[in-house]
Design a protein around this ligand. Structure first.
Ligand code: PLP
Length: 401
């Protein structure tokens, strides 16, 4: 049996049409398979591989930590140097009110923890989320998901959740003294890269402060330089009460976090004790990898190069099939007419008949008519140019069809 057949037989599916892309190696912004073909990665593991695949500092940190210890104790009991050092580094690069990190295994678990923290802190039960938002696949996170098509098969979900329109002034009135928190993405990713108006973000911050509702910003995709600043909220001149991180947080290893002030986090420790617990959250190897990745991101000034790379994509991607090109740093959505066109373009990029290089890209959950361009931040100018040449050839195919 081929590995592809074993994949189909033994791995539980998430769709009836998986990409089933065989990968044998990944380095920087490139993916390799065993046919000898190279792919420029415009997905970046869905905003995970910001410092590039297998950054040497990340690989070295993983090796070094694996030689010392792996799992020793559940989260929150043992003093594990990688956790402590990484939490301190994150706190150093965040506002003073975000100085206490709760490490989880994934983004969705960070969302779950934040919802619980907001309920404990406010004594309220209602939670607000936005239409077209994605926060994860666990039942709490799924309850926040902003599209009934994706939620309906799994009802009943969490009670007390209301959805409002993202970037809509009128809907801020729904945040009131009954609201424990509002959870939203600082830049909506799966909606096809929708960035809010700064005035709306500031009004949202004010409304939360006025009503005592907590502002929870999900930067699981938007964090770690993706949108052109280390944290996307910096561009809006606001500070969340709780920040959610994941994806790039682990430098390619599984890791999530919800971050708040040390004072606020105390409520999880008492009445009942063990208010939120996890066996593997903040795994030492993941924390060592994540810390090395953040150090590489900062030392190599990767974020500084993001605006120029965004501009290069925008300048090169001119084609009559493109209806819109939305971007925030190196999170770009190329809007076409239909999902069928997008699928055709994605397939062309993967196959590139007769060429030794292809492009690895896909679509967005709530914007299937958009091509996702979310490469590692380390992608070079030459790689961007080559990727855009292939993308434009793919768009020519869409016209010819
Ligand atoms: N929040 C956002 C904005 C996401 O994009 C995702 C995952 O794609 C999540 C939360 C959930 O993260 P995870 O898949 O690690 O549970």
């Amino acid at each position: 049996m081929t590995e592809r057949q074993l994949f189909q037989q033994h791995l539980a599916p998430t769709s009836t049409e998986p990409m089933a892309f065989p990968v044998s190696r990944a380095k920087g912004a490139l993916l390799y398979n065993d046919t000898g073909k190279t792919f420029i990665d415009l997905i970046g593991g869905i905003s995970v591989c910001n410092v590039g695949h297998c950054h040497p500092r990340v690989v070295a940190a993983i090796r070094a930590q694996a030689a010392e210890y792996l799992h020793v104790m559940v989260y929150g009991e043992a003093v594990q140097s990688p956790q402590v050092q990484y939490a301190a580094l994150l706190a150093k690069h965040l506002p003073d009110t975000l100085d206490c990190v709760y490490f989880t295994n994934s983004g969705a678990e960070a969302v779950e923890g934040a919802m619980k923290l907001a309920k404990r802190l406010t004594g309220r039960t209602e939670i607000i989320a936005c239409h077209n938002s994605y926060h994860g696949s666990t039942q709490g996170a799924l309850s926040l998901l902003g599209d009934e098509y994706w939620r309906s098969a799994y009802r009943p979900l969490l009670p007390g959740i209301r959805h409002i329109r993202y970037n809509n002034q009128e809907d801020l009135a729904h945040i009131d003294v009954h609201t424990a928190c509002i959870v939203l993405e600082t830049v909506q990713a799966e909606a096809g890269v929708i960035a809010p108006d700064p005035a709306w973000m500031q009004a949202l911050r004010q409304r939360c402060s006025d009503t005592g509702a907590l502002l929870v910003l999900d930067e699981i995709q938007a964090g770690f330089g993706r949108t052109g600043s280390l944290w996307a909220f910096e561009q809006y001149n606001i500070i969340p009460d709780i920040l959610l991180l994941g994806k790039a947080l682990g430098g390619g290893m599984p890791l999530g976090a919800f971050i708040a002030s040390g004072v606020r986090m105390q409520v999880l420790a008492d009445k009942p004790v063990l208010g939120h617990i996890t066996t593997f959250g903040g795994h030492p190897v993941s924390c060592a990898a994540g810390k090395a990745a953040l150090e590489a991101l900062l030392d190599e000034q990767m974020v500084r190069a993001v605006p120029a790379k965004e501009r290069l994509f925008r300048d090169l991607l001119q084609h009559k099939t493109i209806k819109a090109l939305r971007s925030r740093g190196l999170m770009l959505a190329l809007e076409l007419d239909s999902y069928e066109q997008v699928k055709k373009a994605i397939n062309y990029c993967l196959n590139t008949p007769g060429e030794t290089t292809g492009v690895f890209t896909d679509w967005f959950l709530f914007a299937p008519n958009c091509i996702r361009l979310v490469p590692p931040l380390t992608i070079s100018e030459a790689e961007i140019k080559q990727a855009c040449t292939i993308l434009l050839a793919a768009l020519d195919q869409c016209v010819a069809a």
